[in-house]
Each structure stands twice: as C-alpha cells, then as structure tokens.
Design a protein around this ligand. Structure first.
Ligand SMILES: Cc1ncc(C[n+]2csc(CCOP(=O)(O)OP(=O)(O)O)c2C)c(N)n1
Ligand SMILES: [Mg+2]
Length: 273
C-alpha cells in the first residue's frame, strides 16, 4: 500500500496509460512513443501519490504545479490526465490531428497542463520562476518539473540549477528521466555528463538516484525529499528504459521517431496486456 492507494491501482493506471499512448501514436503515425513510455511510472506516482491537485478544479491557486519539460513525451501526460478525469477520454482520439488541442508537443490549453513545452531547455527556468513566485508570496504549493537526460545539453538548465540553489528554492523538485538515449544516439556519446549525481551535489542540490519504473523507490524518494529540511532544491535522477513496456522498442534508438506497423501494434497490445 502507498497511503490509501494499493499497488494494483498504480499498475492498472500505468498499463492503461501505455495502451492509450500506443493507440495514439499508432493511429496518427506519430513519434516519441519511447520517450512517453519511459516516464509512465514517474507520472503515475506524481499524480496518484504526490501532487496536491484536483481534476475538478485544475486552476486551484493552491495546487502543486507540474511542468513536463520534455514536451515531446506529451502523449503520456495527456493519457494520464484523461485517465484521471481532467478531460473526456474520447479527446485522446484527436491527438496530433488538425485543430485538436492535444498537439504533439505539450499544449497549455489542455486542462491540467501548466505550460506549453517542446523546445527543450525551458521547463526548468520557468519552474524556477514559479517556485520563486510561491516563495515570495509565502504560499505552500510546490513546483515539479520532469527533464530528459538529453535535454541537459541545453545550457539554460545549468543557469537555472545554479540560481535555484543560490535562492534556496526548497519548494522546487526536478526529476531527470535518465533513459540514456536521445534523438540521435546514446547520451554518453553525444555529451557525456557523468557523473551526474556529483555535478548536482556540487551545484548544492539534494540528490537521490533511483529506479524510475519502481513505484516504491519513486514514492520513497519523493517522500524523503518532501520531508527534508535541507533548504536545498531537490533532484531525483530516475534511471529508466526508453520504450519501457514493449520489449521490441525498449532501448532502441529508432523508436525515438518510429511508430508501429499494423503487426507491431498488435504485438505491442499483447505485451501491454
Ligand atoms: C531546443 C530543441 N532542440 C532540439 C529538439 C528536437 N528534439 C526532440 S526530442 C530530442 C532529444 C530527445 O532525447 P532526450 O532529451 O533524452 O529525451 P527522451 O526522448 O530520451 O525522453 C531532440 C533533440 C527540441 N525539441 N528542442
Ligand atoms: Mg533521453
């Protein structure tokens, strides 16, 4: 059990989210399914166990804010928001189609979405501004932002990492979806940023490294960091697998851009249960 939520509920939500995403990318021949699959458990834990928010009042001034900075993985965010009742599930059928609000990069017109993203490197600087706004007004809500590992190549992040620690933004939580792959290669071969923990510790962040597909580890990390009195901004390096959930797309570079053929779609559905 995780508070009042049992593990089966989390597993079911993760499975339904992946199936929705698989259907969305198949029917519209769109990219980034691997990127979406790698953050499913992170989103499930955040929405079911950590974020203080309410689908019936998505603009509640007291809500925790979440920015998905890796905006190309929007299909996972849209699917989970629909599953949680932010908007009708039928809207998912319009994903990536003309005139739909469910654009193929995160669109803030969608109920429950805080900020449009897609151009990498902007989510963290904006999240820092939001965290600063909450602090300067004496408000208790927190800001969470999910970055991808390839996104760390963007220099704007490093300015924000330095500034957030300088300002002691302990109401700011960053999750790095560390799936080791990006659009054109393995992260270590494009710009090797290892050792990541040491870099963030040197920037004076409070850092935990965990398995980003393990509900217990995610829940524990968010709980430990939420209860910490360190005064530092918080960062979770979540080790994940790009494409997690469908064996033949896991950790395969080409699935950054590819979509499933008819046969692959059927095979994937079987694997996703
Ligand atoms: C500023 C900017 N440059 C390039 C792109 C094109 N692009 C989309 S995803 C991506 C990299 C994907 O790798 P990663 O950031 O690790 O995310 P993952 O797909 O692994 O979740 C790139 C270069 C972009 N969206 N924004
Ligand atoms: Mg990556």
């Amino acid at each position: 059990m995780f508070g009042k939520v049992d593990e089966k509920e989390l597993l079911d939500l993760a499975r339904r989210t992946r199936k929705d995403v698989w259907q969305m990318v198949y029917s519209t021949k769109s990219s980034h399914v691997g990127s979406a699959f790698s953050i499913v458990e992170i989103l499930v834990v955040l929405y079911k166990l950590i974020l203080k928010n309410n689908h019936k009042n998505p603009d509640d001034a007291e809500r925790d804010r979440l920015i998905l900075s890796k905006g190309h993985a929007c299909s996972a965010l849209y699917a989970i928001l629909a599953e949680l009742g932010y908007f009708p599930k039928e809207l998912l059928d319009t994903y990536a189609k003309n005139n739909s609000i469910l654009m193929s990069h995160v669109n803030s017109e969608v109920p429950g979405v805080e900020f449009s993203t897609g151009s990498l490197g902007h989510g963290l600087p904006v999240s820092l501004g939001m965290a600063l706004a909450a602090k300067s007004r004496g408000e208790a809500w927190r800001t969470f932002t999910i970055l991808s590992d390839g996104e760390l190549n963007e220099g704007s992040n490093w300015e924000a990492f330095a500034m957030a620690a300088h300002l002691k933004m302990d109401n700011l939580f960053v999750i790095i979806d560390c799936n080791k792959l990006q659009a054109f290669g393995f992260t270590k071969d494009v710009v090797n940023l290892d050792p990541l923990e040491k870099k963030f510790e040197a920037f004076n962040w409070e850092v935990m490294r965990i398995d980003g597909h393990d509900f217990s580890e995610l829940y524990r990390a968010f709980t430990v960091l939420s209860n910490s009195q360190s005064g530092r901004p918080k960062l979770i390096i979540a080790d994940t697998i790009k494409g997690r959930g469908v064996s033949f797309i896991e950790n395969k570079l080409e699935w950054h851009y590819r979509w499933p053929s008819d046969e692959e779609y059927q095979q994937g559905l079987i694997e996703l249960g």
